[in-house]
Each structure stands twice: as structure tokens, then as C-alpha cells.
Design a binder for this molecule. Structure first.
Ligand code: CA
Length: 230
């Protein structure tokens, strides 16, 4: 039997939390619910969930702060649940390390579809015995181990950042459109603002100490999207 995937739902409206939790349980997930910022961090630390569905406006401290703190000890998937357009701007503009977002009101079915798409992403399954180490100047990436290094120091990437870098470096001469990167990383059934790609590329560049104006690793393909510098 497959291990049950663990989801932590963080939502301070008890009715919404109960509806979402019940739906996810029916879909086969193990679900826990937290109602405040501090409780969410505490539970994430103890339960180590595979995914956190995270409301923004919470008692204690907000979901952005929860995400930041969870990133201190976990690379689990984080999907932010946002109520307003200006909150989306905040989520995609701040480097809190969220992987995706969903705008309220959403149906539990929508959330489940989004969660399934994320958890379907391949996780270092490897294509065979050959090791998949790719080198670009000082940057080295091991696709099987899901690790990246700049020279000898490991770069601390979120899952989404790694998946993006994996997609780009797997076909280094290709110019990817944002949509193609979304298909590769978030899944073909993802919909939303495609500029989420720009945000994660921005974070990646910062971590790789890459200068967008004169990049060493990730180049902007004007009017298209992104590719590797080759
Ligand atoms: Ca709330």
C-alpha cells in the first residue's frame, strides 16, 4: 500500500477548514488542520507534511510569515490560499518560498486538482544507472539526487526552484516559453498568472548569484521566456 500523503490545512475559518479537510480526506489524504500562524509552524515542524495549504490572513502571524518559517526546516510544497488580488501580488512578489497559489473562493475540487498536480511531479526517479550530473561553469546539478552546487557549496533550493532548474538544464539549448516551463514544473492542468515563472526564476537567479542583465546561467529570451546560457 502506498504511504498516505500528509496535508496540513492552515485556515482560521473553521467552516472552510472543515469542508476542505473533509474533501481531502475523502480523496485519500491524511489531513491535519491548524487555525493560527504559530500553530501552523508548530504542526508543520512536528508532522512534516508533504504539502501545506496555507491561508494568508491568520491570527498570530500571517501565512507569509508561516511560509518563511516553514522554509527554515522543510522543503515541502506550499500552496498559498489568497483572498484578494493585492494578496496575490504580495505572494508572488515576496520571496517567501511558496510553490503555488490559489485564489479564494475556490472549490475543494480545484484545490485537490492543484495538490494532485504538485504531488505528481517526478521526484528524482532517475532514468537509469547513468548518473545525471550536469555542469554549467561553476554550477553543478545532480538531477537524481536533486541537489545543486556552486563550486563546492550546495545551493539551498526549494522544490519548485529545483524543478525549474532541472527543466532548463535538461534541455540547455532550448528556449522555453513560460507556458512550457509551467507544463514541465507545475503540470499541464495548472492555470493562473504565468508570471509566477518570473518570480521563481528571480529567486533562482538570486541563489545562483546570477545577474539578469548579464547572466552566467539563466538567460531571458525576450518575448518568449527563459533558457540556459550556453
Ligand atoms: Ca483567514
Amino acid at each position: 500500500m502506498l504511504a498516505q500523503l500528509q496535508v496540513l490545512v492552515v485556515e482560521d475559518e473553521p467552516e472552510l477548514a472543515a469542508v476542505v479537510a473533509a474533501y481531502l480526506r475523502k480523496e485519500g489524504f491524511a489531513v491535519d488542520v491548524a487555525g493560527t500562524g504559530p500553530e501552523a509552524v508548530e504542526m508543520a515542524r512536528n508532522l512534516l507534511p508533504d504539502l501545506v495549504a496555507l491561508d494568508i490572513m491568520l491570527p498570530g502571524f500571517d501565512g507569509l510569515e508561516v511560509c518563511r518559517r516553514i522554509r527554515g526546516f522543510s522543503d515541502c510544497y506550499v500552496i498559498m490560499l489568497t483572498a484578494r488580488d493585492d494578496e496575490i501580488d504580495k505572494v508572488i512578489g515576496l520571496s517567501v518560498g511558496a510553490d503555488d497559489y490559489l485564489v479564494k473562493p475556490f472549490s475543494p475540487r480545484e484545490l485537490t486538482a492543484r495538490i494532485r498536480a504538485m504531488l505528481r511531479r517526478p521526484r528524482g526517479l532517475g532514468d537509469g544507472p547513468a548518473s545525471q550530473v550536469r555542469t554549467f561553469g561553476h554550477l553543478r546539478l545532480d538531477a537524481d539526487a536533486r541537489k545543486a552546487w556552486l563550486d563546492e557549496s550546495e545551493v539551498d533550493l526549494t522544490r519548485t526552484e529545483f524543478d525549474l532548474l532541472d527543466a532548463l538544464t535538461a534541455a540547455p539549448r532550448r528556449a522555453f516559453s513560460r507556458r512550457q516551463l509551467i507544463d514541465a514544473v507545475w503540470g499541464a492542468d495548472w492555470y493562473g498568472d504565468e508570471h509566477i515563472v518570473d518570480v521563481h526564476v528571480g529567486h533562482l537567479r538570486k541563489k545562483l548569484e546570477d545577474d539578469a542583465g548579464s547572466p552566467t546561467y539563466i538567460r531571458t529570451v525576450r518575448g518568449i521566456g527563459y533558457g540556459m546560457v550556453t
